[in-house]
Write a protein that binds this ligand. Structure first.
Ligand SMILES: Cc1cc2nc3c(=O)[nH]c(=O)nc-3n(C[C@H](O)[C@H](O)[C@H](O)COP(=O)(O)OP(=O)(O)OC[C@H]3O[C@@H](n4cnc5c(N)ncnc54)[C@H](O)[C@@H]3O)c2cc1C
Length: 388
């Protein structure tokens, strides 16, 4: 047995799990296909919930991230060309912030550093897992490294590959729903200060989000049909900014510059169940969501945290056993089910131009804005998950 727990994928979710298992006497190995620091090329910007900040603080990485994070104090939700809006405020929730905006690259670099520094965790970069084979008491993981093939054996294999590479195992079913959406991301500078306000604006073509990023400017997530996103990618900067202004409206004034344009195809992918004998999938490997509500990483982080809590309380020889995996599934069912439902609901209900729906959505947003307990409920779930 080369380890008690072997984590396939040292992305934000896999790395969080490994750090949460540090100093508990378990032999933990992380296999990561990319090289250290290569996460810096990822153009995504993430909105982290207050719950995620608390987890990263407990792991000792938040202090390194805090100077790069921009807090969200207000979230403004509206729909294009229609009445009705909702405003969520941190002050009303008794929180310092509703969330924090952070480049994926910074998060990935801080977690890489922490993993390399963790004495009792083995991290191997440049190692790609290619196959899993389970038996009664162990999992054998085949990997490729520098063109050679190696094998590791472990009591529990955790798939945290972002759903990017490993096939679903027998008994696990992967379902995909195509939204016909691509996200165009980038950093925009604009005329007015961001005031730590995040904007989510729904349109029939898909949502547009502006997340406050840095001292000035916003991280843009513009969802559109794939061919439209491709056209926007190719537009010269002045035309792109003019179209964004026409699309988003005047709330933040004129847009002055855009940098780092990149696109990501969007779909809902769910794996059910998320466990197989001696195997568990977490993070995007278990559920890949539309970024409309900024829930994907936050949900994955709670997967990692919950799995670590259970593993810490399980005797080493029982790690990966049926009881442990049943316990994990039971504890995560409500939160992941809620996150998937909420995100899918927003995409389906808010991204269409079916007759009459605009008014219904507007009334819904206005009602939410008038009802403090309902706003509190939404803020709480977005910050800390379905279990609050
Ligand atoms: C445009 C966009 C915006 C988003 N915004 C938000 C947001 O605001 N808030 C939020 O919470 N979420 C957001 N998300 C979702 C978030 O990015 C993901 O949920 C999160 O990155 C998932 O982390 P992960 O570690 O599970 O997977 P990944 O980030 O995909 O990491 C997987 C890791 O596994 C490694 N790997 C893959 N295959 C193998 C293999 N075979 N062997 C070894 N290693 C392997 C990869 O190199 C990678 O490092 C957004 C997503 C997109 C596309």
């Amino acid at each position: 047995m080369t380890s008690d727990i072997l984590i396939i994928g040292g992305g934000p979710v896999g790395a969080t799990l490994a750090l949460a298992l540090k100093n508990y006497g378990l032999r933990v190995t992380v296999l990561e296909a990319r090289h250290p620091g290569a996460g810096a090329r990822d153009a995504r910007t993430l909105a982290l919930s207050e719950g995620s900040r608390l987890i990263l603080s407990r792991l000792g990485v938040w202090s390194q991230l805090a100077p790069r994070a921009t807090s969200i104090n207000t979230i403004h939700i509206s729909q294009r060309g229609r009445l009705g809006q909702t405003v969520l405020r941190a002050a009303e929730e008794g929180q310092e912030a509703l969330g924090y905006v952070l480049p994926y690259a910074d998060l990935s670099a801080a977690l890489d550093d922490a993993l390399v520094a963790a004495e009792d965790t083995r991290i191997e970069f440049g190692v790609r897992a290619t196959a899993l084979e389970t038996s009664a008491d162990k999992v054998t993981v085949t990997v490729e490294q520098h063109g050679a093939t190696k094998q590791f054996s472990t009591r529990l294999a955790v798939i945290a590959d972002g759903g990017r590479s490993m096939d679903a195992l027998p008994g696990m079913k992967r379902e995909t729903r195509e939204y016909g959406h691509t996200a165009l991301v980038g950093h925009v500078e604009c005329a007015l200060p961001h005031g730590n306000i995040a904007y989510e604006r729904f349109t029939p073509q898909g949502p547009v989000a502006l997340l406050p990023e840095g001292a000035t400017g916003f991280a843009l997530v513009w969802t559109a049909k794939p061919e439209e996103a491709e056209r926007l990618m190719q537009l010269p900067e002045p035309q792109f900014l003019a179209e964004l202004h026409g699309y988003f409206g005047d709330r933040v004034g004129e847009f002055h510059a855009i940098t780092g344009r990149a696109t990501f195809p969007l779909r809902l992918v769910t794996l059910r169940p998320v466990t197989a004998p001696r195997v568990v999938a977490i993070g995007n490997a278990a559920q890949t969501l539309h970024p409309v509500a900024g829930q994907g990483f936050n949900l994955g982080l709670r997967d990692a945290w919950q799995l670590a809590l259970i593993a810490r309380e399980t005797a080493a020889e029982l790690i990966g056993g049926a009881d442990m995996l049943r316990c994990y599934q039971g504890k995560r069912r409500m939160d992941t089910g809620g996150g998937i439902f909420f995100t899918d609901f927003l995409v389906r209900v808010f991204s269409n131009d079916l007759p009459g729906w605009g008014m219904v959505r507007g009334a819904g947003l206005a009602l939410l804005d008038m009802c403090a307990p309902a706003r509190h409920f939404v803020s709480r779930k977005m910050s800390f998950g379905a279990k609050g």
